[in-house]
Design a protein around this ligand. Sequence first.
Ligand SMILES: O=CC(=O)O
Length: 354
Amino acid sequence: MALHRLQRLAVAPLSFTGGATSQVLREMSTLPRVYVTRQIPPEGLRILRDSGQVQFELWDSDDVPVPRNELLQNVKGVDGLLCVLTEKIDAELLDAAGPNLKVLSTMSVGFDHLSLEELKKRGIRVGYTPEVLTDAVAELTVALLLATSRRLIEATHEAKTGGWGTWRTLWLCGYELANSTVGILGLGRIGVAIAERLAPFKVKKFIYTDVAPRPELAKVINAEYVSLDELAKQSDFLSVCCALTPDTKEICNKDLFAKMKNTSIIINTSRGGVVNQEDLYEALSTGQIAGAGLDVTVPEPLPTSHPLFTLKNCVILPHIASASYSTRNAMSALAANNLLLGLRGQPMIKELKL
Ligand SMILES: O=CC(=O)O
């Protein structure tokens, strides 16, 4: 067990210190201390290392998240923290870190794992990683939409397991984008990028809803602003792109599904908490809606015994929307640069306004 812990907690070598141990480093160096909660992609680690600006320790694994009690220990006294979306950054953690903590940088566009109120109260600045992942997320959303609407997972399963008999006229039929209405719930950069990719499939109409009309973005994709009710009623494909907030929590629930067409498909690449999964199961299993493609769930990972896994018309991915090598490296680099800038007291490249 002790060995496991040692392997997990590695000290990043710093160019100016040679082979010193972390303890010695801490005693010798007056550089700001940073804790990195995951073995992030190499670009970000290289930036931190080469900066000569910080001394940092990291949880040296990408396969196992740092256990909460270790995290609470490891953040004690740090000046900066670089985390990923699996870490809950709340009052308990910020108290454990203590008053030195000035900058938090998350390698994610979503920030529902952060208690913004607690961060603001303590004057901690927050960096995040929007934009660099827009293309990857939009691309995956299109892939998930097509996999769901054209039943690709079912189809490969049938082909592999002997279900492929003669060519049949209505076997494995799905729904096509051509001539369809695509609805976007929460129009931001990602929603626009999804619509731009779907337009060449001959979509007839884009509609969207949000807290208020967003004419600048909407005009890029010629999308019409509608109410949530109309979005549910009109959409053949409903793409969920909004952030998870108290206002959007379980906004996709039985009331919404009841308004949708029984030929409609919902795709969620935002956060699992936006969808009420019990209501979704009911809507899918009773044929109230035709299908769902989910890249995000509650919890993550979704237990393999979860009822949604029993449904052929539900395609579930393990939260991989931004998972391309180039994007994850870009997110890692941006998170590292945000952190360094924040620690220098300069504006971050992407900083959340608290
Ligand atoms: O879900 C991924 C992210 O928030 O970056």
